[in-house]
Design a protein around this ligand. Structure first.
Ligand code: LLP
Length: 410
């Protein structure tokens, strides 16, 4: 795609996504589980419930819904997006999150979602009350905390007992009994999510082994457990290192399927990053360059409010000039205009020399980029473009300043 032409047509900063790359990843993930089941001579029905938070653009949800995906949501707002973009897929929605409110439960009950992933006993009581009041039975899973360590950034690790997520697995059997005794609830699944951007497959296997034992105990207790929700979290390579997504997802599928072989359960997966991260780039224009003492700075028109991952998780994103150049390389901090020293995309990064007016692309920005964008410094949200079969289409126009301040009163 000619990114220079897109930047000229739609302005910068601009998120650009490849629809084909997203479809390819979803297909790859499904195929990996079919192949693993064949190799292990087992059957394992697998449903992808795309984690909406990774990239919640309506056009992307619509596309994934059309492919037969379900969705993992964490708020009434995300439910509303699914209802609008993929209404036929509402029956394949799982609802996670530690702080579900009554109105969000009501909306999900009325919409007829597949499964509530309940994260505490107090939530269980409230969900029972709401379901009984509406005369609807809620299918539930408890999200168990398996106390498994997985190497990732501490802010996105969730599977240890020190984290706020889930119910300690040791107590789960007892809480399931309570759930089974409450009106309006039907325990049908067990759910787990150990964190995000996890590159090794073993922690997923360890967590699922504990889940499998629990499923067997619950079935012995007479509960009709049908779903195992293994969460999301499978990571990608952000740096220059080689990454073979098909091979790495095959080992993930083999690990999970091996643990679940013969259990006669339906596997739900909540992938976010793996599907969309590498399908997106943030295109930004260099505004200025400057030298402060020994340091060279490149100042772009995108900032931490458009892509917060480097500031928040010290995340690495490759940064490439859009036009090929013969210029010598330079080492610079690539920063945005926001008034914080944490507003950087890269520190001491070697790139070909960048000059004012150049366009650069921040790669692998399709996940947790736009969905984490803020209005900090009263900066409007970027526009978003989706490229389908070589044709680019605006899927979100640039916000106006009037829209940004519209809800405020003097
Ligand atoms: N399911 C649950 C319950 C989750 O909490 C998450 C992510 C996912 C699925 C999807 O995980 P994924 O497959 O995308 O790793 N903002 C951070 C990531 C936060 C992840 C939050 N939960 C980042 O930019 O790295």
């Amino acid at each position: 795609m000619d990114l220079t032409a897109l930047a000229e047509e739609f302005g910068t900063p601009l998120y650009v996504y490849s629809a084909d790359a997203i479809v390819e990843r979803a297909t790859m993930l499904k195929a990996a589980f079919s192949t693993a089941a064949l190799n292990l001579k087992t059957e394992l029905k697998t449903t992808l419930c795309y984690a909406v938070k990774a990239n919640s653009s309506l056009a992307i949800l619509k596309m994934l819904g059309a492919m037969g995906c379900g969705f993992d949501i964490v708020s009434g707002g995300e439910l509303e997006r699914v209802k609008r973009a993929a209404p036929q897929s509402v029956g394949k929605v799982v609802f996670s999150g530690v702080g579900k409110q009554a109105w969000e439960m009501d909306a999900a009950l009325e919409a007829g979602i597949l499964l509530f992933n309940v994260e505490s006993e107090a939530e269980l009581e409230l969900l029972s009350e709401r379901a009984a009041a509406l005369g609807i039975t809620a299918r539930i899973a408890l999200r168990v905390n398996p106390d498994v360590f997985a190497e990732t950034h501490p802010y996105i690790s969730t599977g240890l007992s020190a984290h706020k997520f889930g119910i300690a697995i040791a107590r789960a059997r007892e809480v399931y009994q309570r759930a089974a005794s409450l009106p309006g609830l039907r325990p049908e699944g067990v759910s787990v999510h150990i964190g995000s951007q996890i590159r090794a497959v073993e922690p997923f296997g360890q967590a699922l082994k504990r889940v499998r034992s629990l499923v067997e105990e619950l079935r012995a207790d007479g509960l009709p457990i049908h779903f195992v929700d293994a969460g999301g979290g499978f990571g990608i390579e952000y740096g220059e290192g080689a990454f073979d997504p098909a091979a790495s997802v095959a080992s993930y599928a083999h690990e999970l399927s091996g643990v679940l072989a013969g259990l006669d359960a339906e596997l739900l997966l909540e992938p976010g990053r793996f599907l969309v991260a590498q399908a997106g780039a943030l295109v930004t224009r260099v505004l200025y360059t400057k030298q402060n003492g020994d340091k060279h700075f490149v100042i772009t028109d995108a900032a931490m409010n458009d892509l917060i991952r480097p500031a928040l998780y010290q995340a690495h994103h490759e940064i490439w000039p859009i036009e090929k150049s013969e210029r010598a390389s330079q080492v610079a901090d690539i920063v945005g205009p926001v008034c914080e020293s944490g507003d950087f995309f890269a520190r001491d990064r070697e790139t070909p020399e960048l000059r004012a007016g150049d366009l650069v692309a921040l790669l692998d920005a399709g996940a947790y980029g736009m969905s984490l964008a803020s209005h900090y410094n009263t900066r409007v949200h970027p526009a978003e473009v989706l490229v389908e079969h070589g044709k680019a289409r605006l899927i979100r126009r640039r916000e106006t300043l009037d829209e940004l301040i519209a809800a405020e009163m003097l």
